[in-house]
Structure formats: C-alpha cells, structure tokens
Write a protein that binds this ligand. Structure first.
Ligand SMILES: Cc1ncc(COP(=O)(O)O)c(C=O)c1O
Length: 438
C-alpha cells in the first residue's frame, strides 16, 4: 500500500476489530493515529489512546496521539477571522520607531503622515484615524445624515447586523434596512425605497453600501456606479463600508480610486488582513473629516500618541497590500480543497469565494458541530461556530494562514518520514483517520 491509495480507504477497507463497534462518536479526545505492524488502520472515532489500545489489545505505545506526530507542532491556524492576524516583525519595528506627539494637538507626526497617505491613496481630500471600523462608520453616518434623519442600507450589512444599533441609540439616526433583490443594495432598490419627506417620514440623506460585502463577495463596479449615481440623483450622500478594501481591489484588479470614486466617504480597516493591531481609516472631503474629528471626540474616540498605531498603518500600506491578493487566492484554494475532500458532506459554492472568505455548510445528518470545533481546536485549527440562522461555517484567510496551512486543513500530506495522514476537517467528518507506515 502506498500513500496514494490511502485516500481511497474507507474503514470498511481493512476492517475494524469488532471491539471497536459501539464506541460513541461523542466520546471525544482528539485524533488518534494508529501505527500498526500491518501498516494501516482506520480509526472510526476519536477516543482516548488508552481506551483504544485496550479495546484492540494493543500495547499503549502503538497508539500515538495526534499532537506528538503533528508536523505543525503547536502552530495555530486561525481561520476565525482576519482580525486574528498578528503583527509581522517589520510592523513591530515600525511601531518601536514611531514619531509621536499629542494627536489631538496635531503634534503626532506619524498620524499626520498616515492620514495624508490614505487621502492620497483613496483620492480624497482628507482622512482620519479611528480606533475601530464601527466607530468610523458611525461617525461618517451621523456627519452625513445629521441627527434624526434616515440612512438606507441593505439588511445584511455589517452596520445593520453587527454594530449594536449604536447610531440609533446614541445619535438618533434611523436606519431603513432593505431586503435587497440581489446580493447588495442596487440602484433600483434605492429608487424604490425613496420617500418624499413628510411628517411621518424622516428625510433619507444617506445611502450606505459595502465593498466587499460582509460575506466577502464583490459588488461589480458598474453596479456600484449605478447605485452611486441613483443616490446622487435623489440628493443623497453615499458612504461605503469597505472594511476589506484591498481584498476588493485585489479581486477586481483595480486601483483603490476605482472604488472610492463612488463614495462621499469610505471606511477601511487596518486591523483586518492588513495586520495592524488597531485602526480604521475614514476618508472624504476636508469638511467631512473636520466634522468627523469633532464627533469622534464627542464619542470619546479622540486619542493621543496614536503615532504608534499610525506607524503600523504606514508600514502595512507600504508592505502588506500585495499579501492581500495572496489571501484571496488561498481562500479559493481552501474552498477547492474542502470541496474536493469533503463532498458529499458539504454544501459550498466556490463561485462565491471572491475574496478571503469561504462559507460552507455540513449536510451530514446528526453531525455533532460542537465536537467538530473542539476537534479542530485540538489540532490547533481555530474556526468560529457556524451561523445559527444559516448553518454556514465561515473560514477567513489572512497573512497568518499560509498555503501550507491550507494544505493542512484540507489535504492529505505525505511527510518525509513516509507517513501519510489526513489532518483537519475531513478525518472527523468521515470519522476516520488513516496512517500509513512505510
Ligand atoms: C464589513 C465590516 N464593516 C465594519 C467592521 C467593523 O470593524 P471593527 O471591528 O474594526 O469595528 C467589520 C468588522 O469585522 C466588518 O467586517
């Protein structure tokens, strides 16, 4: 037997000792690798090495726990979000060498440098550093709408689903969430939702769009243009939540300005794929940014020696933008790997993997999702629980997830020792783990 036919083995192949039957899959203690004198054994469930050894009348030494043979050692593959990306050495060095002062007095040179740099990259007059994307979105919205007016947005946007209703609670902005016909808020949606202000309808003076969408999908540029033009023709401003702006520019293979031209204001995050520890940028006209600075203060978002953060931003914009394209490619590859090894147990639409997010649903009956996540954690693969409403898992790539890591999640590996093993999701889903000893 060689490594190439290991993948075809089912646990019917070599057969399982009858003692194995009746083990509950919910009894779970991490993956077990069995190195048998005869070569290969499929282990149907993840059970403790001791129990397995005793059930098979084996010496305990024949049963090896996964972690002792794991080629990654304790290296963690964190697919929960690109917000989990850690800071590269160069970024830490840049932080150490930052030129700082009190940013509230405009004395923090690296913050000023970052804001000018972002204004230039986005083709806007000015930019402002925020502690988070949520805060930048909130401030942009209130600057555009004014208190007690309305903003139109898709029901599925991050601002509507995940930003805790702050704008309505603190700033009196009313959201008009739209059930869109397509993936994003279109020109037709904007036109259909238009209401002449009356005693009962607050004026809509802002349309909020996303690029990429919260689910990682891309809005075609002509759709973005049409939405922008429709909003303008109705006298509304446009804010784009582009938290993952560079994932979008990489996917579309366009310059940043191809997107920012369709926004009166745009927010993007430094703290996602770009790998900064903290920071989001808002860009727009000088007038908008001046007002935004004041409202940021009102919300307690004014900061002092922000140069330490700005230095990370400058470093990442100079060094990490190309990596984002790699993250997008790795996500596609991850999706393809999952599709290849996990069918027919999953639902996945590869055409939806346009940036760095992969969504899939496990369709296997009676599948224990909690055990699945725990199992992955035991092999140092971190993922978020599935979405309760849709049942989909989301995996997100970033610079901390290499091509090799993706292989580890979704492929057979043949290691130099001659051992072929499958690690990751497949072995639990198919409830077996195969080890071939040459
Ligand atoms: C599309 C989108 N917008 C805004 C945000 C908010 O960013 P932050 O977490 O920095 O507040 C996120 C965060 O994940 C996001 O995905």
């Amino acid at each position: 037997m060689n490594a190439s036919n290991v993948g075809n083995m089912t646990h019917g192949g070599m057969g399982l000792p009858s003692q194995m039957e009746g083990f509950s899959p919910s009894y779970f203690q991490g993956a077990i690798a069995l190195v048998m004198p005869q070569g290969l054994l499929s282990v149907p469930y993840h059970i403790s090495p001791e129990t397995l050894a005793s059930a098979l009348s084996l010496e305990r030494t024949w049963v090896k726990t996964f972690s002792t043979i794991h080629p990654r050692g304790k290296r963690v593959i964190n697919l929960r979000s690109d917000t989990c990306s850690l800071q590269p050495e160069g970024m830490k060095q840049a932080m150490y060498n930052a030129n700082v002062g009190d940013a509230e007095y405009f004395e923090d040179s690296d913050t000023i440098r970052l804001e000018n740099m972002v204004a230039q990259i986005t083709g806007k007059e000015a930019a402002l550093l925020f502690s988070s994307g949520v805060q930048a979105n909130q401030v942009a919205t209130i600057v555009h709408t004014g208190q007690f007016n309305s903003a139109l947005l898709s029901k599925s946007t991050h601002i509507h689903t995940t930003e805790v209703g702050g704008l309505a609670s603190f700033l009196g902005v009313k959201f008009l969430p739209v059930e869109t016909s397509g993936e994003s808020l279109s020109a037709t949606d904007i036109e259909n939702e238009y209401r002449t202000p009356t005693l009962y309808n607050r004026p809509i003076n802002l349309v909020i769009l996303e690029q990429p969408l919260m689910n990682g999908r891309i809005v075609p540029l002509n759709d973005l243009e049409a939405a922008y033009k429709m909003a303008k023709s109705l006298g509304q401003k446009v804010h784009i939540d582009a938290a993952r702006l560079f994932n979008a520019t990489a996917a579309l293979d366009v310059d940043v300005k191809e997107i920012t031209q369709y926004a009166d204001s745009l927010m993007f995050c430094l703290s996602k794929g770009l790998g900064a520890p903290i920071g989001s940028m808002l860009c727009g006209s000088k007038e908008l940014i001046d007002k935004a600075r004041q409202i940021r203060k009102l919300l307690g978002g004014g900061m002092r020696q922000t140069g330490y953060l700005a230095a990370c931003g400058i470093w990442t914009l100079e060094n990490m933008v190309d990596q984002i394209a790699v993250d997008n490619i790795n996500a596609k590859y991850l999706g393809q790997s999952l599709d290849y090894v996990l069918q027919p147990h999953i639902e996945i639409d590869l055409s939806h993997v346009e940036t760095n997010m992969v969504f899939f649903k496990i369709t296997k009956q009676n599948f224990n999702h909690d055990c699945f996540i725990e199992y992955l954690r035991s092999t140092h693969i971190i993922i978020s629980p599935r979405n309760i409403d849709t049942g989909f898992y989301r995996l997100v790539t970033h610079h901390g997830v290499t091509r090799y890591d993706v292989d580890m999640v979704g492929r057979w590996r043949v290691m130099s020792s001659g051992i072929a093993l499958f690690v990751g999701i497949n072995d639990y889903l198919q409830l077996h783990l195969c080890i071939l000893k040459t």
